[in-house]
Design a protein around this ligand. Structure first.
Ligand SMILES: [Zn+2]
Length: 193
């Protein structure tokens, strides 16, 4: 059945929850309903519309949100706007690779600050060198995102429900990426690559 989008008190998207969890939050008095879905829940006592968008009544501070930004392949692509960080071109994810800015053999770490999105030709050209050694410049310095990519909250939802879109645009404006629909997709944990 359906899921609900949970917004922070400040209207930023925070979580995607199951409709059961949405009802639970509502009955606990933790959230208010911003948008209803077309689906109804019926019990012997009442019938009510399942919430599509909920807003927390108390604000969740940013520091706590940071903890849940997962370090994953897809989240690095999202952070980098599916854009090769060397040539600046945008590519479909299938044409993108992850590059260790400072190669592991040269002491580079597997972290947000050392891994960037690169197209295959740029990655090949760079090889096992640092950007300086390869005379290649990064278009921006990689850092840990301080927001929560919607994709890291996904729960196997193939399409973004219409009623969420206006709220997700808030996130889009902040982060500059424009692929909300494709961002809610299968996510891989970042293992070896
Ligand atoms: Zn490139």
């Amino acid at each position: 059945m359906s899921h609900a989008l949970v917004l922070n008190a400040s209207f930023e998207p925070l979580h995607i929850v199951t409709w059961q969890r949405a009802m639970q939050l509502l009955f606990q008095g933790k959230v208010e309903v911003i948008e209803e879905s077309d689906q109804e829940v019926r019990t012997v006592r009442f019938t009510m519309k399942i919430p599509a968008v909920l807003r927390l009544l108390s604000y969740v501070p940013l520091a706590r949100k940071k903890e849940i930004v997962r370090f994953s392949r897809i989240n690095i692509f999202i952070r980098d706007h599916s854009q090769c960080q060397y040539c600046g071109e945008r590519f479909a994810r299938s044409h993108l690779t992850l590059d260790h800015m400072i190669p592991i053999v040269q002491g580079g770490k597997k972290c947000w600050e050392n891994i960037v999105t690169a197209c295959k030709p740029c990655n090949q050209r760079k090889g096992g060198r640092t950007p300086l050694q390869a005379s290649m410049q990064l278009i921006r310095k990689p850092k840990q995102p301080n927001w929560l990519p919607i994709t890291s909250l996904q729960m196997g939802i193939a399409r973004t429900p219409e009623r969420w879109k206006i709220y997700l645009k808030l996130e889009r404006r902040k982060t500059g990426h424009s692929q909300i629909d494709s961002d809610i997709e299968e996510e891989e944990e970042l293992g070896d690559f």
